[in-house]
Every structure is written in structure tokens, then in C-alpha cells.
Design a protein around this ligand. Structure first.
Ligand SMILES: *[C@@H]1O[C@H](CO)[C@@H](O)[C@H](O)[C@H]1NC(C)=O
Ligand SMILES: *[C@@H]1O[C@H](CO)[C@@H](O)[C@H](O)[C@H]1NC(C)=O
Ligand SMILES: *[C@@H]1O[C@H](CO)[C@@H](O)[C@H](O)[C@H]1NC(C)=O
Ligand SMILES: *[C@@H]1O[C@H](CO)[C@@H](O)[C@H](O)[C@H]1NC(C)=O
Ligand SMILES: *[C@@H]1O[C@H](CO)[C@@H](O)[C@H](O)[C@H]1NC(C)=O
Ligand SMILES: *[C@@H]1O[C@H](CO)[C@@H](O)[C@H](O)[C@H]1NC(C)=O
Length: 394
């Protein structure tokens, strides 16, 4: 009888305890599991829900060994009472605490706690368990213009553990070849088809492969492999797209094979837009044109819609060499045209940002030259005058 009531009482106590634990944990909002990449900063944060009368007095961060990592007293200004090397307080807004650890390494794995010392309700804490991941990181896909320099780079967070770096290339056709390698002991080695125009950095944590001049046939996906001990091989893939520069407008049609179309059916050509126009009876007919591969897309930008006569029309013409000649035609009313610029904006996957060309009605290229030449002449005469005045008259 007595025993069973004791058991019931104990059970009740336990239930209460569980409720309290859940409640306390529920008041600090934090990620329970977090993955960080070795070599990159770690960010740990806790949010606490406060009652109106609650006031946070102090916040403490404890590491996986229960050691104090960082602590501060709230108030203005916040007073740091303990700060471990490489740990910084990022945010201490009254119900938020955010810290960073400068550089993650494998020893950082474990569970971290944030403890809010609150008056009058007591302490509240949250826990985040950290997993450290080791992986190779690159800058994503790259584009390059044929004939220039293309640089691919890759990075691994624990350089001491890298024994060798190896670059491979997978061509569009799917076959994979070795490009270059560099090991802890020894010089970089560049494989045959890349010799003479390829340089590999003498580094293990960050590896950089530079090709100059880059050619159409260099297009493909490149994999950097870090052979590390004891983690094993870590790799990352980046694809390089090589574009041909375009010929200036008006140099004639593009002959098939000029871009090596016969050998590489995946060649790409950058746009090189130009604007032509004719004016008759106060109506301007303006064309924005360019060849490119794949076809470029363009839109007109006219400030104040009043000057335009309807939307622009787009026409595309296959050039027979794989490139497409695109024309966007816009009709404008000369007298309603604003003083603001009228421009044609060209979008193309080979351009980092859209290209703009302006419709210039008043100042033709010849006139612009005359103006700038006369400016120079006037300046020269002026300085001559000043000189003469200084030397002889004054
Ligand atoms: C904590 O609060 C900050 C700012 O209010 C917010 O950006 C963040 O997502 C919150 N974190 C969690 C784990 O809820
Ligand atoms: C967090 O990690 C632990 C062990 O690493 C695992 O048991 C648990 O399911 C994870 N929780 C979440 C929410 O992913
Ligand atoms: C923290 O305080 C802000 C107001 O400053 C509030 O909007 C937010 O909901 C609070 N966050 C928590 C977790 O209580
Ligand atoms: C890079 O290019 C490849 C090949 O076109 C594509 O499959 C991949 O999704 C691209 N990656 C990114 C991050 O854009
Ligand atoms: C604009 O292009 C159209 C056809 O695409 C052509 O008929 C017209 O003559 C061109 N006008 C100018 C000013 O180049
Ligand atoms: C455009 O036309 C409207 C009426 O059609 C006129 O109210 C407005 O002032 C005009 N804007 C410009 C910039 O000319």
C-alpha cells in the first residue's frame, strides 16, 4: 500500500521533471544538429523566449568539453567576461546570442551549449551538436573567352592532410583524361595535351589550374581531387565554357568553319551588338542586331513610353555556320523622343552581365571626333597663351 503510493509519487515527480526539462529546452530555440565545413567559420546561435519581466543578465557559451568558450554580461555596452581565441560574439541582441568560431577543424566536433542567466526566472539553455565535414569546394562553373586566360580553382580545408592534388578533365564526349598533378614531394606535372599553356599552383590546400590561351577544345568539366590522409579522396567538379569573341559588326558574313565548327559542334560565340537606324517623316526605324551562338536575346529600354510606336519586333536568321543573326526593330517618333537615352540591352549566357548599346541620334562618330579634336586645340591655345603671358608680358 505504502510502497505503491511512493511509486506513484515518484512517477509524478519524474513526470514533472520531464515537463520542466522540455519546457526549459523549449524556451531556447536553436538548431539541434549543425554541420560545418572544415576550414570555414562556424556560426552558433541561440534565441530565447522571454517573459515581460525577464531580464537576461549574462550569457555563457560552453564547448563540447564543458569549457567556457565565451561569456558576456548584457547591458550597454555588452561586457565580454571571457573570450576564447578565434571565437567572436556576432550578435547580442537581448533575446539572441550568436557567436562564430573562426576556422572549423575536426577537433570542433561535439555538442555546444548556450546558457542564458535570466533574472528572476533563472537559467535557460540550448544545445547544438556540431558535425564537421571535410570536402572540396570550388567556385562553380566558369566561362572564358577563347584566347584569354582561364583559371579554375579548388579548395580543401585541412591542407596538412593533403598528399596530392590531381586535376582531370571530362570532355563533352564523355572521356576522362588526366590534366595535371602536384604532390607533397615533387614538382607539378602537366600532361601532354595541356603542356606549354597550363600552369598548376605549387600548393595543396588551394589548387589553381590556369590555361592560357584557352581554346574551344578546352571546354569540358574539370574535377579536382585531393588525396588526403586519413580522410581519403575528396573531389569537386567545375565546368568550363569557352566562347569565341565576335567579329566587329559589318565585317561580312561568318564563314562556316571559322569557329572550327566542323570539329567542335558545341562551339559558342559571344554577341557583339550594334544599332543602325533610318529616319523618314519624323519616324525612326532602329535595329539592334547581333550574331551569337546560341542566339542572343535583346530588349529595348526607352524611358517614357510615349516616343515608341508599338512594341519591338524580333527576327532571327540562321547564318549557316551555327550562329544566329538576331534583329530587334523598334519604331520611334523623333519629336516625342525623351532626352533620356534609348538603349538596347543584350542578354546572353556567355556574358557575366547584360550588355547595353545606345541609340545616338545627334552625335555621329565623325562629329564626336571633330568636337574632341577642337577641344584639344582650344586647350593647347589656352596653355600657350598662359605660357607666353608668364614669360614675356607679366
Ligand atoms: C533567431 O533569431 C534571429 C533573429 O531574430 C533569426 O534570424 C534566427 O533565424 C533565429 N534562430 C532560430 C534558430 O530560430
Ligand atoms: C542529430 O544527430 C544525432 C546523432 O548525431 C541523431 O541521433 C539525431 O537524430 C539528429 N537529429 C536531427 C534532428 O537530425
Ligand atoms: C526576440 O525579440 C524580438 C523583438 O525584439 C521579437 O520579435 C522576437 O519574437 C523575440 N524572439 C524570441 C525567440 O522570443
Ligand atoms: C555546371 O554545368 C554542368 C554542365 O552543363 C551542369 O550540369 C551543372 O548543373 C552546372 N553547375 C552549376 C552549379 O551551375
Ligand atoms: C532593320 O531590319 C529589317 C529586317 O530585319 C530591314 O528590313 C531594315 O532595312 C533594317 N533597317 C535598318 C535601319 O537597318
Ligand atoms: C505621355 O503622354 C501622356 C498623355 O498621353 C502625357 O500626359 C504625358 O505627359 C506624356 N509624357 C511625356 C514624358 O511626354
Amino acid at each position: 500500500m505504502c510502497g505503491s503510493s511512493l511509486a506513484r509519487w515518484l512517477l509524478l515527480c519524474l513526470e514533472l521533471l520531464v515537463m520542466v526539462v522540455v519546457r526549459i529546452q523549449g524556451e531556447v530555440i536553436t538548431l539541434s544538429n549543425l554541420t560545418a565545413v572544415a576550414g570555414l567559420p562556424i556560426m552558433l546561435g541561440c534565441n530565447v523566449t522571454l517573459a515581460t519581466e525577464d531580464k537576461v543578465m549574462q550569457v555563457r557559451w560552453l564547448d563540447q568539453h564543458n569549457q567556457l568558450l565565451l561569456s558576456y554580461e548584457t547591458g550597454r555596452p555588452v561586457r565580454l567576461t571571457k573570450q576564447h581565441d578565434g571565437v567572436t560574439l556576432l550578435s547580442s541582441h537581448y533575446n539572441v546570442s550568436l557567436i562564430t568560431i573562426k576556422r572549423a577543424d575536426l577537433s570542433h566536433e561535439g555538442c555546444y551549449r548556450c546558457v542564458f542567466d535570466i533574472y528572476p526566472s533563472g537559467g535557460k539553455e540550448g544545445q547544438t551538436c556540431l558535425t564537421i565535414e571535410t570536402k572540396a569546394i570550388n567556385e562553380g562553373n566558369k566561362t572564358a573567352v577563347s584566347g584569354t586566360l582561364a583559371t579554375l580553382s579548388c579548395w580543401y580545408g585541412i591542407p596538412d592532410r593533403v598528399q596530392q592534388v590531381l586535376w582531370r578533365k571530362t570532355a563533352n564526349q564523355g572521356d576522362t583524361i588526366k590534366v595535371a598533378s602536384f604532390s607533397k614531394r615533387g614538382n607539378p606535372s602537366i600532361d601532354e595535351p595541356f603542356q606549354g599553356r597550363t600552369v598548376l599552383s605549387h600548393t595543396l590546400g588551394t589548387t589553381e589550374l590556369s590555361i592560357q590561351p584557352v581554346r574551344t577544345e578546352d571546354e569540358g568539366c574539370y574535377t579536382c581531387e585531393f588525396h588526403t590522409y586519413p580522410e581519403g579522396t575528396r573531389s569537386a567538379k567545375t565546368c568550363l565554357f569557352v566562347y569565341e569573341p565576335n567579329q566587329p559588326y559589318g565585317t561580312g558574313r561568318y564563314s562556316a568553319g571559322r569557329y572550327g565548327a566542323s570539329c567542335h559542334n558545341l562551339f559558342r560565340v559571344l554577341p557583339n551588338p550594334a544599332i543602325t537606324f533610318v529616319t523618314s517623316n519624323g519616324i525612326i526605324e532602329a535595329n539592334c542586331t547581333t550574331t551569337a551562338r546560341p542566339a542572343a536575346h535583346m530588349i529595348w529600354n526607352v524611358e517614357g513610353e510615349n516616343g515608341t510606336l508599338g512594341p519591338s519586333t524580333l527576327s532571327a536568321q540562321d547564318q549557316g555556320d551555327g550562329t544566329t543573326f538576331v534583329t530587334s526593330t523598334l519604331y520611334l517618333q523623333e519629336k516625342l523622343l525623351p532626352d533620356l537615352p534609348v538603349k538596347c540591352i543584350v542578354h546572353h549566357q556567355g556574358l557575366e552581365s547584360p550588355m547595353s548599346v545606345y541609340l545616338n541620334l545627334n552625335v555621329g562618330p565623325a562629329l564626336a571626333t571633330v568636337i574632341s579634336v577642337s577641344c584639344v586645340v582650344v586647350l593647347l591655345i589656352c596653355s600657350l597663351c598662359v605660357c607666353l603671358c608668364k614669360c614675356f608680358l607679366c
